[in-house]
Design a protein around this ligand. Sequence first.
Ligand SMILES: Cc1ncc(COP(=O)(O)O)c(C=O)c1O
Length: 393
Amino acid sequence: MKKDTKVVRAGHDKVRNAGIVNTPVYHASTIVFDSVAAMNDADERGFKRGENVMYYGRRGTPTHWTLQEAITDLAGGAGTVLAPSGLGACVLAIMGCVKAGDHILMTDSVYGPTRSFCSGFLKGFGVETTYYDPLIGADISNLMKPNTTLVFCESPGTHTFEVQDLPAIATAAHAGGAKVAVDNTWASPWFCQPIALGADISIEAATKYIVGHSDANMGTVTCTAETLSGVQRAYGALGLAVGVDDVYLATRGLRTLSVRLRQHQDNALKVAAWLKAQPNVKRVLYPPLPDDPGHDLWKRDFSGGSGLFSVVFDQASTEAATALIDGMELFTIGYSWGGFESLIVPSAPSGARSATKWAEPEPGIRLHVGLEDPDDLIADLDRGLARFRKTLG
Ligand SMILES: Cc1ncc(COP(=O)(O)O)c(C=O)c1O
């Protein structure tokens, strides 16, 4: 099946759904059985053999299975574990690959809370993390230690947008005996499949483009056969349960992922190209732009670009950036991204780096370009840049 078909049909099981197009929401904790033997059989088949069998709500229902199977199909792995948030998915992927005494290599461009989990919480459990230059490529081999069990990537980083050479990193990591996990949220499984590029685990903050409507948090961890049981074990041990109403929203969002992302890309390209030509704009960090430093790798490994990028100004002025942001009409102020609407936040990534220096003037802005008419978005930004210039004086 081609990607467009998978987005619409994957995970749909006519018999399981009793003919209903969208898998119904199965609210369930207790599942009742006719006998002890039937209960034990369900346990054996579900827990030990990994079959989709109703046993207890926390272990999954048809609502969960539909989304899990659809994401696995799109991302190209052996199975998918759901998480209650994107951060939860990053944590699950890490917990599935490490134990006390292990060492993680983590990209310096990683999402802040994933960094905090490793540097703070996980450190207390005897796991060490070293941060590396996102552009390191095959030279990651120089940082590998005998106890390095995981190399964590995020490509592109969602404030600074460096595109990582995933095949080169995966080859070097595997040679040193480590697994590779990639936070693939910017591209979604629609525009990039990290497992096909050599990764072992592909993570999505489904909160963004998969849910797509800014109304639920959700994460997915798609694994190769070798990494699946570790992540499943972490899910069970941590006592996680992903609410079925949110899973329903994620599955419904998924069905329109392809058409939404095409429009996000068209709009973002138009807005980014316009911004690049404006006075006071030093750089637009968007790999689909032909002169972006990550463009060649992006072209090789991705089939498109989403709606998220950052803008670096030629001068560092908190007052001017704030005047721009505060007066926006269509780009509303708020965290997260991937919904249908345009968003704006200030961006000052230098404080969250430890292996590399981010030396651009700060703050810049990070934009999520939504599905509004791009001409209206450009007019909003035009007025914002006028406020920026007026405040600079
Ligand atoms: C790249 C990336 N990964 C993970 C997350 C976490 O997702 P959630 O907010 O659902 O925990 C985010 C959220 O902004 C993100 O940008």
